[in-house]
Design a protein around this ligand. Structure first.
Ligand SMILES: Cc1cc2nc3c(=O)[nH]c(=O)nc-3n(C[C@H](O)[C@H](O)[C@H](O)COP(=O)(O)OP(=O)(O)OC[C@H]3O[C@@H](n4cnc5c(N)ncnc54)[C@H](O)[C@@H]3O)c2cc1C
Length: 437
């Protein structure tokens, strides 16, 4: 196939471009933001926040960009293994998972490496342009229009295939409606989450720790009464990235002293960094009002040659760190779809079915956990109370037992589907753990 256009050149767009390069002669990534050496840009403010890459996201990163972990580590990122990766629940360190492996790097650093690798792919090119609309021919996409008149073909760019990677506030739905198509139905859950991230100088105050993550659990009814929720990651440039999170009235603000006070109410490693390390620069905040996903398979018609990836498809509570991994898995689904040699004239239903199955797992996990917050008012799934009772017991067992925790973390890391937590063997092991103490 001749040309594909990716609208949006951030994490999901870069992954999509890499996958498309195996199937199209010419792949054009259209991105209006000029991303400088700091890798931050202007339009994606969440890049300032701590980003953790789940194990499945890391596997996909290496799959599509072999050797990138070594490059990142050479550049100063850290690879935490075993005890270097610590998860706390209600202030208690969870049972160790020998196979735990997590990368410590900032989002701009990770994404800059990805961008460099994609830019080195021969048939991929970047175009600094804001896409302003779709060009449709009959029932299929034939290209896009852009705001930059100097782009090839004036303001119009022809393509057989177009990918929406324009993030959470993608205007695609409005464009489709303007052309007489229906907008995809949207599932939402209002969570009213606040995030704040600050950087600190890193010495040897925490030995080999690369990731420490703390969240409230069943013992505190998921409220920040025993410890504050937060995390730290050892990142490039000999720094710690520290994030604090809170819901509704407990959202963290930008005040440096308040940030430090709150760190001192966190688990040990975060407290130690507050006391031993110097903060660099400002505290950056971010407000995340709702999780949402667009479900295209509920539509009766959709233009051929058009797909949606990344946050434009689904954007869930960042506390569970699923966004980058979902972006990579959407690219995977796109690869599987294109390998089946579909006609770009037809709607990509097979792609949407594949990707929505992945999103469903992430959505179930994050929304079920969010419903434990008193200010979150639903929608509740059928049997929610029983589900929560069981989930609380499993969570408790995962604190005490490494085998239970390994499977539990496999689900959290998106390596296993949520149903792995209902297998009879797993439930029997968790029951034995709970009854034995
Ligand atoms: C506070 C916070 C913390 C997070 N923490 C984590 C974490 O720990 N782990 C994790 O995996 N995920 C995390 N996420 C989620 C992660 O940031 C997103 O999933 C990820 O950014 C999605 O990438 P994307 O490319 O789909 O969208 P974005 O990164 O939002 O990029 C969209 C791109 O589209 C471009 N664009 C917009 N309009 C146009 C247009 N008209 N034409 C062309 N281009 C356009 C923008 O300039 C931008 O570059 C977090 C999110 C938030 C908000």
């Amino acid at each position: 196939m001749k040309r594909a256009i990716v609208m949006g050149g951030s994490y999901a767009g870069l992954f999509a471009a890499r996958v498309l390069s195996d199937h199209f002669e010419d792949v054009v990534v259209m991105e209006p933001d000029l991303i400088g050496d700091d890798g931050l840009g202007r339009r994606t403010p969440q890049r300032h926040q701590l980003h953790a890459l789940l194990a499945m996201g890391h596997t996909q990163l290496e799959r599509w960009f072999p050797g990138i972990t070594d490059e990142l580590v050479k550049g100063g990122a850290l690879l935490g293994e075993g005890d270097d990766v610590q998860f706390y629940l209600d202030g208690r360190l969870k049972a160790p998972v020998a196979q735990a492996r997590m990368l410590g790097a900032t989002r701009p650093f990770l994404e800059s490496h990805l961008r460099r690798r994609v830019a080195a792919v021969e048939n991929v090119r970047f175009c600094q342009a804001q896409v302003t609309g779709l060009v449709l021919r009959g029932d299929r996409v034939a290209g896009v229009t852009t705001a930059a008149p100097e782009t090839e073909g004036g303001e119009r760019f022809d393509a057989e295939f177009v990918v929406d990677a324009m993030g959470r506030n993608s205007p695609l739905e409005d464009w489709l409606v303007d052309h007489g198509w229906d907008a995809a139905p949207v599932d939402r859950m209002r969570i009213d989450l606040g995030y704040a991230t600050a950087m600190f100088h890193r010495g040897d105050e925490l030995g080999g720790t690369v990731i420490a993550h703390s969240s409230p659990g069943p013992a505190s009814d998921y409220q920040p009464t025993l410890t504050e929720p937060g995390a730290l990651a050892a990142v490039e440039g000999d720094r710690w990235s520290v994030v604090l999170a809170g819901y509704a009235d407990h959202r963290p603000g930008p005040d440096r002293e308040e940030f430090l006070r709150r760190m001192r109410r966190c688990v040990d490693p975060i407290r130690t960094v507050a006391d031993a390390s110097e903060m660099i620069g400002e505290v950056k905040t971010y407000r995340f009002v709702e999780s949402r996903r667009r479900v295209h398979s509920r539509l009766n018609r959709f233009p051929g040659g058009l797909v949606v990836v990344g946050d434009a498809l689904a954007s869930v509570n960042p506390v569970y760190g699923q966004g980058l991994t979902l972006s990579a898995l959407a690219a995977n689904a796109l690869g599987a779809y294109l390998r089946s040699t579909p006609s770009p004239r037809d709607p990509a239903w097979a792609y949407f079915r594949l990707v929505e199955a992945v999103v469903e797992g992430a959505w179930q996990l994050s929304t079920a956990a969010d419903l434990a917050q008193p200010h979150v008012t639903g929608p509740y799934p059928r049997g929610y109370r029983v589900q929560k009772w069981v989930a609380d017991r499993l969570t408790e067992a995962s604190v005490r037992d490494s085998a239970v925790n390994a499977q539990y973390m496999g689900v959290v890391n998106m390596q296993l589907p949520p149903k792995a937590l209902t297998s009879p063997r797993f439930l029997a092991r968790a029951a034995r753990v709970l009854l034995s103490s």
